[in-house]
Write a protein of this length. Structure first.
Lengths: 214, 293
């Protein structure tokens, strides 16, 4: 226990880094996903192709492979960013594909009549999406988006494998120093669980707030 | 009808002349941007000499491919092992979660909640650096497959549970009505239908387990990503090797994802046919936590 209680500030700094990585990546992933989803339902065929290719690319290649490519390989071609920024970039691109699929499934749940009515009153495709389709679609995907957020929290731990100092790597280096695996890893595990529990509660509240009463 | 209509949003069912012209302009723009990005990326690699023939020539030799394919095989072995174990344990856990014994139900629930919200890498560090302190030293294979199985079991459990809950309530009721015992109704009527309905989700789960085997990179288990790292350490061809590795993952997982989508579409079609064949008034109501009424 002493290793955990005595190094609380060290672990908290790790947790803070995890939260920063998660928060930043999720915000970027959200906008990437919104763009990918609208691209995939757009009337422009090549844009649909780009959206599909993007999702296939990021959902079928492991996150760790992407991290290794961006952190170790691309600097050889002169593409160099600070480690933390690189981690945020890769996480955003990767989770963006998942957000995109979630939003697209939300768009697909909207009744056809909504889109047809929007067109009938003279809205363009873009306007129909912005004012009619997306506002309804986003309401139905709060819970799945919360799940993507939780997945992002867990995914940030992989950045430890390429050298980012966050909760998992802090726990690991503490264990190497103090050799108290149970206390340290259980402590870190509890921190992850607490974050995910809070996110779950918050999405529940947001979902209820956004629900339309009919 | 444009193919996008099948995506169902119905916001552009048939384009008028003006919109068609705009879509054409959009097409041209998109293609130009994509071509520009590809050209810029390629040019940058070319300027750094990364596209030079001798940097790619190792990948025309069979010895290189034999080395990398061995890594792919180890990935599949680890992923397959973890998937089989997780499917078995996940099913058992799902049955426990829906059991009529409250203690079993709670224990299963706690397992799922814990292992669904802890990152696999943390579990791997625990087995890698924690367990040896207690005299438990697993082989490299199990240092990777063990934690993967623990985490995947929790997720597979939820997949099976949702499958069981999606079986129409009437199925279980009818089974009880013709005199089957609770367990018989579960194993002979509800479960076979539930398992069939979750097969596509299990295939996607297999893809996600295969992706997670890349964590062998941390354990130094010889799976595809770690094999790539070994290859770069003496060839010094980082960009080329990792691009090839990424492409190998893309092909394997892309095929599996495609299979999952096809199975899913077929299942939906059959479901729709069944629903249309009989005048069904009872919608699929969820079974209670006990699994059966």
């Amino acid at each position: 226990m002493s290793a955990v209680t005595g190094n609380m500030s060290f672990l908290l700094r790790g947790l803070l880094a995890t939260l920063e990585l998660t928060g930043l990546s999720f915000v970027f992933a959200f906008f990437i996903g919104l763009f990918v989803a609208t691209a995939r339902v757009s009337p422009v065929r090549s844009l649909r192709g780009v959206g599909t290719a993007y999702v296939e690319l990021f959902q079928n290649i492991p996150l760790l492979a992407w991290l290794v490519v961006f952190v170790f390989a691309l600097p050889q071609a002169g593409f160099i960013l600070p480690l933390f920024q690189t981690a945020v970039l890769v996480l955003s691109l990767y989770e963006g594909a998942y957000v995109g699929e979630v939003v697209r499934s939300g768009i697909n749940t909207i009744a056809r009549g909504q889109g047809e009515a929007a067109r009938a009153i003279g809205l363009s495709t873009g306007q129909a999406l912005r004012y009619v389709i997306l506002p309804q679609a986003m309401r139905s995907v709060v819970q799945p988006l919360g799940n993507v957020f939780i997945a992002t929290t867990m995914a940030t731990s992989l950045t430890a494998a390429v050298g980012v100092v966050e909760l998992t790597s802090s726990a690991n280096s503490l264990d190497l120093q103090y050799a108290q695996p149970i206390a340290i890893f259980v402590g870190a595990g509890i921190a992850y669980m607490a974050v995910n529990l809070i996110v779950g509660q918050v999405t529940g509240i947001v979902e209820r707030r956004l629900a339309v009463e009919r | 009808m444009s193919p996008a209509n099948r995506q169902g949003s119905g916001i552009f069912d048939s384009l008028g002349p003006k919109a068609r012209r705009r879509a054409l302009i959009g097409n041209v723009f998109t293609l130009l941007i994509v071509a520009g990005l590809v050209f810029a990326g390629g040019n940058e690699l070319h300027r750094k000499g990364q596209l030079a023939g001798q940097k790619w020539s190792p990948f025309t030799e069979w010895t290189t491919w034999r080395f990398l394919l061995k890594g792919l095989r180890s990935s599949i072995e680890a992923g397959g092992g973890a998937a089989i174990l997780a499917f078995v344990f996940g099913l058992l856990l799902a049955l426990a979660r829906m059991s009529r014994r409250p203690l079993l139900r709670i224990a299963a629930r706690i397992y799922v909640e814990i292992f669904r919200s802890i990152p696999v890498l943390l579990l791997i560090y625990m087995t890698l650096f924690g367990l040896p302190d207690y005299g438990i030293n697993l082989s490299l294979y199990w240092k990777l497959v063990g934690p993967l199985t623990l985490a995947a079991t929790a997720i597979v459990c939820e997949v099976f549970r949702s499958g069981i809950l999606s079986v129409e309530r009437g199925q279980g009721e009818a089974a009880l009505a013709i005199g089957l015992r609770h367990s018989q109704a579960m194993y002979r009527v509800v479960l076979p239908q539930a398992i069939r309905s979750v097969i596509p989700a299990l295939v996607s789960q297999f893809v996600s387990i295969l992706k997670d085997t890349s964590l062998g990179f941390v354990v130094s288990y010889n799976e595809l990503l770690f094999t790539g790292q070994i290859f770069t350490s003496y060839s010094r061809l980082l960009i080329q090797t990792y691009l090839v590795i990424a492409a190998m993952y893309l092909v394997l997982n892309g095929i599996l994802s495609k299979i999952a989508r096809v199975l899913d579409a077929r299942g939906n079609r059959q479901g729709a046919l069944l629903a249309g064949a009989r005048p069904s008034t009872d919608e699929p109501v969820a079974l209670n936590e006990g699994g059966l009424p």
